[in-house]
Design a protein around this ligand. Structure first.
Ligand SMILES: NC(=O)c1ccc[n+]([C@@H]2O[C@H](COP(=O)([O-])OP(=O)(O)OC[C@H]3O[C@@H](n4cnc5c(N)ncnc54)[C@H](OP(=O)(O)O)[C@@H]3O)[C@@H](O)[C@H]2O)c1
Length: 325
C-alpha cells in the first residue's frame, strides 16, 4: 500500500483525499516508481473540477513527478532498478508516493538535475520548450507578449525567451509579481488587472504590435491578446486559468490582420518518444548552463494537496510549486 491523493467526485479542493492505495507489480512495459517530488500544475485543477473529464472515478490526479525506479516489468529494456527518472504530461496518477508508469513516458535524469528541480520543471519547462521553439519559433530581436509571466510556465518561458534574444513583455497580477517577472526575463511588465494591455503593447512596440502572444489565461485576456498582435501574428492559446474562451467567429482573425490562432497541448508535442527526449535534453541544457533558473517558491506536503490547489487557483503562488512526498 502507498499514500496517494484520490478524487471520488469532481469539485472543489475538498474532494482531494489522502488515502492508502494498492500499487501492485509493474506489468509489461511498466515500471514501479517510488516518487520523491510531485509537480503542481494548473491542469490538475481542470481535472479536479471536471473541466477536463477524468477517465474514471475514483482517480489519482497529477501529471508530473520525479523518483526512483523500484521495480521493472517485462519488456522494459532501457531502465534499471535504482535509476532516477522524471515525467510530464501523464498519464494521470502523480499525486502518490508510489505508482506504476509506462516506461516509454519516463526521462532519465542527469546527475546535475535534482529530483526537486525535475519535478518543478518537467511539465512547465517542456511546455516552454515547445511554445518558444516549435509552436512559434521565437527569434532574436523579436518582442513577444507572455501572459501570467510570474507563474510556473511563465517564469521559465520568460527566461528562456530572453535567452533566445527576445524582448519579453509579461503580464502580471501584482507589483510583487512584476518585480519577480523582471528578475526572470521580462523587460516590461503590464498589470493586466489595471492597465489596457493592447494599448500598452502598442506603446512599447512603436505601434506595431507583437508577432506572437502566449496566452494561458484564456477568457479574461483573449480579446486583448488578439488586439496586441501585428498583422500575420500568432495567438497561442495554451490554457484557461480565468475560464474557457467562448466559441469564436473565425472572421475576427481576418478583421484583425490575417492572424493565426492555435490551441496546442504538451501531450501532442511529446507523443513521440524521440520528441520527448529531444525536448527534455534542450530543457536540461538551458537549466544546466544557468540560462533558466527553476524557482521552487512553494512546497506543500502531498497530503495537503487541497491547500496547494487553493493557493494556485487563488493566484497566491509564483514560479513552481512542489508536493513533497
Ligand atoms: N497547453 C499546454 O500544453 C499547457 C501546459 C502547461 C500549462 N498550461 C497552462 O498554462 C497555464 C499556467 O500553468 P501553471 O501551472 O504554470 O500555473 P501558474 O501560471 O503558476 O498559475 C496561474 C496564474 O494565472 C494567472 N491568472 C490570471 N487570471 C487568473 C484567474 N482568474 N484565476 C487563476 N489564475 C489566474 C495568475 O497569475 P497573476 O496573478 O499574475 O495573474 C496565476 O498565478 C495554465 O493555464 C495551464 O493550464 C498549458
Amino acid at each position: 500500500m502507498a499514500g496517494a491523493i484520490r478524487i471520488h467526485e469532481t469539485g472543489g479542493p475538498e474532494v482531494l483525499h489522502f488515502e492508502q492505495v494498492e500499487v501492485g507489480a509493474p506489468g509489461p512495459g511498466q515500471v514501479r516508481l517510488r516518487q520523491t517530488a510531485v509537480g503542481l500544475n494548473y491542469i490538475d485543477i481542470y481535472y479536479r473540477t471536471g473541466l477536463y473529464p477524468p477517465p474514471s472515478l475514483p482517480f489519482i490526479p497529477g501529471m508530473e513527478a520525479a523518483g526512483v525506479v523500484e521495480a521493472v516489468g517485462p519488456e522494459v529494456s532501457d531502465l534499471a532498478v535504482g535509476q532516477r527518472v522524471a515525467y510530464a504530461a501523464g498519464p494521470l496518477g502523480a499525486y502518490a508516493e508510489v505508482r506504476l508508469m509506462p516506461a516509454d513516458r519516463l526521462v532519465p535524469l542527469p546527475d546535475n538535475i535534482s529530483d526537486d528541480t525535475a519535478a518543478a520543471m518537467m511539465l512547465k519547462g517542456l511546455t516552454a520548450q515547445y511554445l518558444l521553439r516549435r509552436t512559434f519559433k521565437v527569434q532574436a530581436g523579436q518582442t513577444i507578449l507572455f501572459h501570467a509571466a510570474a507563474g510556473g510556465v511563465g517564469l521559465i518561458a520568460c527566461q528562456w525567451a530572453k535567452h533566445l534574444g527576445a524582448t519579453v513583455i509579461g503580464t502580471v497580477g501584482s507589483d510583487a509579481k512584476a518585480e519577480l517577472a523582471k528578475a526572470h526575463g521580462c523587460s516590461h511588465t503590464i498589470r493586466y488587472d489595471q492597465e489596457d494591455v493592447a494599448a500598452r503593447v502598442r506603446e512599447l512596440t512603436g505601434g506595431q504590435g507583437v508577432p506572437v502572444v502566449y496566452d494561458s489565461v484564456g477568457q479574461a485576456t483573449f480579446e486583448a491578446s488578439l488586439d496586441s498582435l501585428a498583422p500575420l501574428g500568432m495567438l497561442v492559446c495554451f490554457g484557461q486559468s480565468s475560464g474557457p474562451i467562448a466559441p469564436i467567429n473565425t472572421g475576427i482573425l481576418a478583421q484583425k490582420g490575417s492572424l493565426f490562432l492555435t490551441r496546442p497541448t504538451l501531450m501532442t508535442y511529446t507523443a513521440a518518444r524521440s520528441d520527448l527526449l529531444a525536448m527534455a535534453a534542450e530543457l536540461f541544457e538551458v537549466v544546466a548552463r544557468g540560462a533558466v533558473k527553476i524557482e521552487i517558491n512553494q512546497r506543500f506536503a502531498l497530503r495537503d494537496a487541497a491547500l496547494a490547489h487553493r493557493a494556485l487557483a487563488g493566484r497566491q503562488t509564483t514560479g513552481s510549486s512542489l508536493l513533497v512526498v
